[in-house]
Write a protein that binds this ligand. Structure first.
Ligand SMILES: Nc1nc2c(ncn2[C@@H]2O[C@H](COP(=O)(O)OP(=O)(O)OP(=O)(O)O)[C@@H](O)[C@H]2O)c(=O)[nH]1
Ligand SMILES: [Mg+2]
Length: 171
């Protein structure tokens, strides 16, 4: 069975843990764990599930600066990145970019960006997200991590991006 390791990364409180929970709920995730303290991830979130004959492992990382070492460690050998930004926080994009550099560097890692609409009043323009991460329009998906709206679409985009990348690279 083909296995993919998807790392979920982004700034603190952007909604990574909520998204891992929604993915597990919607796709029958097994082995769900959340290691956190006072509502913030201090180690990791994890779940896995099988879709179309492939197994997807999700590793949710901590967003806080002091856990940079954990992020780097969890990101070893990643096959894809799910970046989560929060549209209510002005610094979310620059913080996410720094985390992206830390984890991905110059490697070609298939990336999907979830724009979490935590604050529907605030606007973090989708075009800005596309420019900062240099990803096509289709790889940027608006979600509501709490209600789960958009999470199916997010995962279906992830499948496309991963399948496309690894089928090309294996030929
Ligand atoms: N209203 C609302 N609250 C949200 C949403 N997404 C996350 N939250 C809340 O924001 C807080 C942080 O969400 P988490 O999913 O724990 O954020 P995180 O990115 O995992 O944070 P760290 O693990 O600290 O990096 C929690 O209290 C969530 O319930 C959302 O879409 N809407
Ligand atoms: Mg978390």
């Amino acid at each position: 069975m083909q296995q993919f390791k998807v790392v979920v990364a982004g700034p603190r409180a952007s909604g990574k843990t909520e998204i891992v929970s929604r993915l597990a709920e919607k796709f029958g995730g097994k082995g769900v764990i959340h290691i956190d303290a006072a509502g913030s991830t201090v180690c990791m979130d994890y779940t896995y599930f099988d879709v179309n004959g492939s197994r997807f492992h999700f590793f949710g990382t901590p967003g806080a600066d002091q856990f940079s070492v954990v992020r780097k460690s969890l990101s070893k050998g990643l096959n894809a990145l799910l970046l989560v930004v929060n549209n209510g926080e002005p610094d979310s994009l620059s913080k996410a970019r720094a985390i992206y550099e830390e984890i991905v560097g110059n490697r070609a890692v298939p990336t999907v960006v979830a724009v979490n609409e935590k604050n529907s009043e605030a606007s973090l323009f989708l075009n800005e997200v596309k420019n900062v991460f240099n990803v096509p329009d289709s790889n940027v998906i608006t979600v509501n991590a709490k209600s789960g709206e958009g999470v199916e679409k997010l995962f279906s985009e992830m499948i496309k991006v991963v399948t496309n990348h690894y089928s090309k690279n294996s030929t």
